[in-house]
Design a binder for this molecule. Structure first.
Ligand code: 6GU
Length: 247
């Protein structure tokens, strides 16, 4: 996969893309990530990338021409052009899966108050990473690239570890423990030490459903549950608001 990040701050990405899973994926040649400085595509002596908004108002607006030229400079006919903006559709794990199938992603990081609306005429997709405001699209690009690159075959050593991730099935993960067996009086659940794989599998299934029900009941609306999971969930719901809420 090839990823171009169009930004006014290329150095922002030096750290995040050289460590961990993304850094290793680059070393392995699974992904090629390049930053493009939008300022290199200005045509005036001041190399200006922003200007005052027509109609007045506070803040500056990113100019359309430098962004257009920067996008044109990286087009290869296989690109998917993404504009990062708080006004975009919310990025999800499902979308990360879809984007991980693309050959070439071109990611535009918006800055300042926003970008000239005409930029949207040559982007394929506008994405936001959640309902809060960042000062620019750069941190969002780091989030998007991480979520996508770790899904590329070979990026994460253990494929199972990716498949059991929270959100892959719209369920939160069961609690995890490692040594020591006891910390400040808190013990690791006995079942995990039992060596009984079937019981452990059932325990994890129940804990995963319990967590999702307690913390993110909204996810359960989209989860495709097995018959076994459906039964456990029904029981958990009864335990939760069954006899108690009646009194
Ligand atoms: Cl993609 N950009 C900015 N500036 N703020 C955001 C965002 C993006 N996603 C959430 N907040």
């Amino acid at each position: 996969m090839k990823i171009h990040i169009l930004t006014l701050f290329p150095s922002f990405f030096e750290g995040p893309f050289s460590c961990g899973i993304v850094g290793r994926a680059r070393e392995k040649g699974l992904v090629e990530i390049r930053t493009v400085n939008i300022r290199d595509f200005t045509s005036d002596p001041y190399r200006s990338v922003d200007d005052y908004p027509f109609g007045g108002g506070s803040g500056m607006v990113m100019k359309v021409e430098p962004i257009w030229r920067a996008v044109e400079s990286v087009r290869d006919g296989k690109e998917l052009v993404i504009l990062l903006t708080p006004q975009g559709r919310t990025f999800t794990q499902k979308l990360a899966r879809e984007l991980s199938q693309c050959e070439h992603l071109v990611i535009i990081c918006g800055r300042y108050k926003g970008v000239d609306e005409r930029v949207t005429s040559f982007v394929d997709m506008e994405l936001s990473i959640g309902d809060y405001v960042l000062s620019g699209g750069e941190p969002a690009a780091v989030v998007l690239v991480d979520a996508v690159v770790r899904l590329l075959p070979g990026a994460v050593g253990d494929k199972d570890s990716v498949d059991t991730d929270s959100f892959e099935r719209n369920l939160l993960e069961a609690p995890l423990y490692t040594r020591p067996r006891e910390f400040m009086g808190m013990k690791v659940p006995e079942i995990l030490l039992s060596g009984n794989h079937e019981e452990i599998r059932k325990w994890r299934m129940k804990e995963s459903l319990k967590r999702t029900l307690e913390r993110r009941p909204d996810l359960l609306e989209h989860a495709e549950l097995t018959e076994e999971e459906k039964k456990i969930l029904e029981k958990l719901k009864e335990e939760k608001d069954g006899p108690h809420s009646c009194i």
